[in-house]
Ligand binder design. Structure first.
Ligand code: HSE
Length: 431
């Protein structure tokens, strides 16, 4: 390629796992990328907390800085790539970048889930690009698919396995019989799970990703506090074994479903039939399954985290910004803006349920518990009884589809029966 190629200059915030991955992906394929763009991407400055830290990527001398102004106040930098994470100061930096006329690429799910609409609006006002493919499901190009290739669809549902850490833990529990704590410890030792695993195992990370997916698929704002959230800490090896005996696996699912009166949005563990396309998505892999009125069922699968896979999404966004700059097509946005579809309360959601009870092992117990389900109009689909020890029977019930509120009322009454020790778990079943 001639040396006179136009240069698109870029500033990075953050050069950790994802930042290094994006830079490495760019370096490894630079010639082909230049040919595609007819331009050279030049990473002029990288703002980091610790310039001395060893990084798995070669950087030009003097490129690292600890001063955000070295990027934000440099008028020659046309694109800001933000990979530092967290809402602040990242949000301020991106606002300043947009106000300074710079395009933005970010993989910051928390920021987009919390403040995305405001930032997108500033970008749109100024005719700038703002892309965030790396924020959901790592290397899977799901956001651009929803916004471009599938944009004409009316979606009825979206179901995702969007958190690699929890998928790894649940897979290990299922395949090796490890307890939750053992599988979590192993995930931490392998670097999949953070020392404080709260964001992943309690479902916050998946809620951010679901909010972004739903906002793009349904064209609506998603207040995070309206998304029902339950993590995987209560899933035991017993639940996994019982589920398997009944033909299911347990996965942490992120679900968005359009109903006549609004959207169901929830993140929780769920039993899935082993024949469901998401049931065989194991370890740190992610997948998103969607149904659109025209495309029908469609599923995306790939690496949901990691340096090069997420770097691949960031690099793709950066190249799309570069094409916009080269061809004069920056800042193309949906003109309709975001709606405010009602988010339905979880009590009104309908599902099948898996309920595990510990009861006295004596005549009449089954009838007593089944009677309470019947009284609350919860119909039973199947049942499995095991002896937990000399006196205690463990009974697993799978219900037909019922309203969450109705099931909870039945469980409160069942727990109060003298023959019932406890309701030891209740997990939704996605059919
Ligand atoms: N912590 C996330 C996961 C990766 O386990 O999937 C980054 O989004």
């Amino acid at each position: 390629m001639p040396d006179s190629l136009p240069v698109i200059s870029v500033g990075f915030f953050g050069c950790g796992v994802v930042g290094s991955g994006a830079l490495l992906a760019l370096q490894q394929n630079a010639a082909a990328i230049e040919r595609q763009l007819g331009a050279r991407l030049e990473v002029r400055r990288i703002c980091v907390r610790d310039p001395q830290r060893a990084r798995p990527v070669e950087l030009a001398p003097g490129v690292l800085t600890t001063d955000p102004a070295a990027i934000l106040d440099d008028p020659s930098i046309q694109v800001v790539v933000e990979l530092m994470g967290g809402v602040q100061p990242a949000g301020d930096y991106l606002l300043r970048a947009l106000r300074g006329g710079k395009h933005v690429v970010t993989a910051n799910k928390e920021l987009i889930a919390k403040e995305g609409p405001a930032l997108f609006a500033v970008a749109a006002e100024r005719g700038l690009d703002f892309f965030c493919e790396g924020s959901v499901a790592g290397g899977i190009p799901i956001l651009r698919a929803l916004q471009v290739s599938l944009a004409g669809n009316r979606f009825s549902e979206l179901i995702g396995i969007v958190n690699g850490t929890t998928n790894y833990i649940l897979t290990q529990m299922a395949q090796t019989g490890k307890s939750f704590d053992q599988a979590l410890g192993e995930a931490q030792a392998l670097g999949f799970a953070e020392a404080d695993p709260t964001d992943d195992v309690d479902g916050f990370d998946a809620v951010y990703k679901l909010a972004i997916l739903a906002s793009m698929a349904f064209g609506t704002r998603v207040p995070l506090d309206r998304v029902a959230r339950q993590g995987i800490r209560n899933i035991t090896d017993r639940d996994i074994a019982y589920a398997r005996q009944m033909g299911y696996v347990i996965k942490l699912l992120a679900i968005a479903r359009r109903q006549d009166d609004g959207l169901e949005l929830r993140v929780h563990p769920a039993l899935l039939r082993v024949s469901h396309p998401l049931a065989s998505v194991n370890d740190v892999y992610n997948a998103v399954f969607a149904h659109g009125h025209a495309v029908g069922e469609v599923m995306f699968f790939g690496r949901g985290a990691g340096s090069l896979p997420t770097g691949s999404s960031v690099l793709g966004d950066l190249m799309e910004v570069a094409r916009g700059i080269r061809c004069g097509g920056s800042g193309r946005v949906n003109s309709a803006g975001l709606a405010d579809l009602p988010i339905l309360p979880i009590e009104d959601a309908q599902s099948h349920y898996y309920v595990r009870t510990e009861t006295a092992d004596q005549p009449g117990v089954l009838a007593a518990v089944a009677g309470v389900f019947g009284k609350h109009e919860v119909s039973l689909e199947s049942m499995l009884q095991k002896r937990a020890d000399e006196q205690i029977a463990e009974i697993v019930w799978i219900t037909h589809r019922t309203r969450e509120g109705r099931l909870q009322a039945a469980l409160r009454e069942i727990e109060a029966l003298p023959v019932v020790q406890r309701v030891s778990n209740c997990i939704r079943v996605e059919e």
